[in-house]
Write a protein that binds this ligand. Structure first.
Ligand code: ATP
Ligand code: MG
Length: 304
């Protein structure tokens, strides 16, 4: 994982002649296919092919091709409006809820197309959970927030919990404790599980939302700027948690914080204005030696 961000100065003749920059980061630079070819060792969790997304007549994502490896952290970065949230929502079909949105192309999860008509969206969103920018706990007790998903899916009654934890763990308490421990929140709340979740701090609420997501035993956790509303200490806790989660889950995280992307992610996808994926690769390489002049300008803060 990258620990520092280096500023590389690529003032080669080639870049000066093939790329004309503006302060908005617009350029006539051509995106080379090899900039987004990324070979990884893990298995492929998502395979995204020729993905286009439109909102009415406006195109938000154009021709996105990338594969996301399992059990790792993938960061999505890029300036506001470049389509990061749109892309994230494609991975569990949350865009289906937006009337104007139209998705074309293919997204396969473990080799299976998720945009087929017969796909069970409840099951998909159980496998691919989501955590949002603003913590959004239900106005219920901490315990009920965590057990909400398994109760909704009927897992408490159907014995899924017993299958997950063994016969003696078929009860809700075990599930609540496991999810809160995984979300690094248990020790702060174990004596007040029946208190209203809205009484927690923002950082605690966000970890509770992560616990709520983990309680249904997902495979993938999508996070859209999960720490941007938090102070530095709460942010550090979320970052540590994301790195821990990647040992067992596939995590895809949108962030505007370059240092955060460099610290926590294994690979980084850089989207730029126009909804194109410009670079995708190992996080260290993207931050230390980007191929694209625009990506270099973006990560060194020249625009965005
Ligand atoms: N529900 C919607 N209806 C219409 N247009 C939308 C909708 N959501 C997003 N868009 C448009 O699609 C483009 C991409 O938006 P998106 O929210 O994915 O960007 P983003 O990279 O997540 O930006 P930010 O960093 O500001 O969150 C923008 O031009 C935006 O205005
Ligand atoms: Mg967004």
């Amino acid at each position: 994982m990258a620990t520092n961000i280096q500023t590389t100065t690529k003032s080669t003749v080639e870049n000066q002649t093939t790329s004309r920059q503006t302060s908005a980061g617009e350029s006539d630079e051509r995106i080379e296919p090899e900039w987004t070819n990324y070979d990884f060792d893990n298995g492929t969790k998502f395979a995204v092919d020729d993905l286009d997304v439109f909102y009415g007549d406006e195109q938000a994502l154009e021709g996105i091709n990338l594969d996301i490896p399992e059990e790792s952290v993938t960061a999505l970065i890029g300036p506001s409006g470049c389509g990061k949230s749109t892309f994230l929502r494609c991975l569990n079909r949350m865009n289906d809820r937006i009337k104007a949105a139209r998705v074309e192309g293919s997204v396969a999860l473990d080799g299976q197309e998720i945009y087929g008509d017969s796909v069970d969206l409840v099951e998909l969103r159980k496998r691919v959970g989501m955590v949002f920018q603003q913590p959004n706990p239900f106005p219920k007790s901490i315990r009920k927030n965590v057990s909400y998903g398994p109760r909704k899916h009927g897992d408490v009654e159907t014995g899924l919990l017993a299958r997950l934890f063994g016969d003696d763990a078929g009860d809700e308490d075990a599930l609540v404790e496991r999810a809160l421990r995984q979300a690094a929140l248990w020790e702060e709340v174990d004596d007040r599980l029946d208190d209203n979740a809205l009484g927690l701090s923002g950082g605690q609420q966000q970890r509770l939302c992560i616990a709520r997501c983990l309680a249904v035993d997902p495979e993938v956790i999508l996070m859209d700027e999960p720490a941007s509303a938090l102070d530095p200490i709460a942010t550090a806790k979320i970052e540590d948690l994301i790195e821990d989660l990647a040992e067992n889950y596939t995590v895809v995280v949108v962030t505007h914080n370059m240092q955060q992307a460099a610290r926590i992610s294994d690979q980084t996808a850089v989207f730029l204005t126009g909804g194109e994926l410009v670079e995708y690769g190992d996080t260290n390489e993207i931050f230390e030696n980007p191929e694209s002049q625009r990506v270099e300008d973006y990560i060194t803060g020249k625009f965005g």
